[in-house]
Design a protein around this ligand. Structure first.
Ligand code: ARG
Length: 431
């Protein structure tokens, strides 16, 4: 039976095609659907559309459904289209006619919207927490290994000295930028669409400020059409944040693959964190980082998928929007998995000592030498030429020590200031 049933069952094929895997995806929205309904009926009571005694039977019944969801006992029965219908049918089955009253002044269009806002807000909070764990790990590694030098490359050619302090610290600070994107997406999600109903409001005097307060939203989507338009925009903003994170992690994964390669050999991991080959007995492959790189590359296309799905949709609700769940929900999971895995792997990273002792890296120190000559009075261009000629003649002798003191350099990482920057953003999501 459908809420909008006029007595005829739609053809099974049509149902399968239009519902698809939406029931399964909707299970993730169930607790938010109940939360939204609770706020909505409290508000209906406050404006006289529900009697106090009706509210008093509806709220415990919804709480019971919430407990079922919590226990994992909640299902969307076959033949019931979505989570919104399921909750209403359950209430009606238990309470009779009063169950049918909860839908006054709303539509499944704002119901799914409010579910998605609450869900996205939580998912972004959870991604922010995972990001913070990785951030802490990277900062700790940066401090621990700040004196260990490694080659810095440009054009993948040996360039200038770098360090593990810089390498780890760079990814930590990059996550601070990603946190800005998470915060932007979070703020977009953190607005109340409830009361926009089918997308054009209601003739009931709905108290939208009240539901905003009850659901803990920062603000509301005032304009009811804008509220409906936020379906798609909210998902897209979240996907953009995921894309930013994925780009950072994809890079980290690529670096890790490369530094694990024997030609570099800068880092390694315990055997049990690497994978073997079916033919080459010596192999310790970086499959974890390869899968991470692949997943992160794919995750960066989620925002494009959303952009294409929503491009040029007519204003107002369109069923196409349902498919957004199928794009975004798995992306949240994958992103979380990648963040966790990166943190787990880094927990076990081993770093080679004395990397720069090898003569392969002698030329990393040419700029140090040019700068030393410049500091002792020789004009820079002349010093550059002199060292250049030494290199050309095979006579360059590096002094393998570095003295970098400016902010953000090998000798002055400013990790404490980076942490301040990171937490000034993170705290706005986590509080
Ligand atoms: N499953 C639907 C979705 O995600 C719920 C809203 C249905 N609204 C409608 N007018 N058919 O969009």
């Amino acid at each position: 039976m459908k809420l909008w049933s006029k007595g005829l069952e739609p053809d099974k094929m049509i149902e399968e095609f239009t519902v698809g895997n939406d029931r399964e995806l909707d299970l993730r929205l169930a607790r938010y659907d109940v939360e939204g309904s609770m706020a909505h009926i409290r508000m209906l009571e406050s404006i006289g559309l529900l009697a106090k005694d009706e509210l008093d039977v509806l709220l415990p019944a919804l709480e019971e459904i919430a407990a079922m969801i919590e226990r994992g006992d909640f299902t969307i029965e076959p033949g019931i289209e979505d989570v919104h219908s399921q909750v209403e049918f359950m209430l009606t089955a238990r309470l009779g006619d009063v169950g049918k009253k909860i839908h006054s002044g709303r539509s499944r269009n704002d119901q799914v919207l409010v579910d998605l806002k609450l869900f996205t807000r939580d998912e972004l909070r959870s991604l922010a927490a995972e990001t913070e764990a990785l951030f802490k790990r990277l900062q700790a590694l940066s401090e621990e290994h700040k004196d260990k030098l490694m080659p810095g490359y440009t054009h993948l050619q040996v360039a200038m000295p770098s360090s593990f302090g810089l390498w780890f610290g760079a990814y930590a600070e990059s996550l601070a930028d990603d946190m800005q994107m998470l915060l932007a997406a979070y703020n977009i999600a953190n607005q109340n669409p409830l009361g926009s109903a089918a997308g054009y409001g209601s003739s009931f005097p709905l108290d939208r400020e009240m539901t905003t307060r009850l659901l803990g939203f920062r603000d509301l989507h005032y304009n009811v059409v804008a509220a409906q338009m936020s379906r798609g925009k909210t998902e897209r903003a979240a996907a953009m944040a995921i894309s930013a994170l994925a780009s950072t992690l994809g890079h980290l994964a690529m670096d890790s693959c490369m530094w694990m390669c024997q030609n570099f050999g800068f880092i390694s991991f315990p055997d049990e964190l690497t994978t073997g080959s079916s033919i080459m007995p010596h192999k310790k492959n970086p499959d974890v980082f390869e899968i991470m790189r692949g997943k992160c590359n794919r995750l960066q296309s989620v925002q494009n998928e959303i952009a294409l799905l929503t491009a040029n949709l007519p204003l107002g609700y369109n069923r196409d929007l349902q498919l957004l769940k199928d794009i975004l929900f798995p992306a949240f999971n994958e992103m979380r998995q990648c963040l966790r895995m990166a943190d787990f792997m880094l927990q076990h990273i081993r770093i080679k000592d004395g990397i720069l002792d090898s003569s392969t890296y002698d030329y990393l120190f040419t700029v140090e030498e040019v700068n030393r000559l410049t500091l002792s009075g020789m004009p820079f261009r002349e010093a550059y030429r002199k060292v250049g000629l030494e290199v050309a003649d095979g006579e360059f002798k590096p002094v393998k020590s570095v003295h970098h003191t400016h902010a953000g350099s090998i000798g002055n990482l400013c990790n404490d200031r980076v942490a301040k920057k990171f937490y000034s953003i993170y705290d706005l999501i986590a509080r």
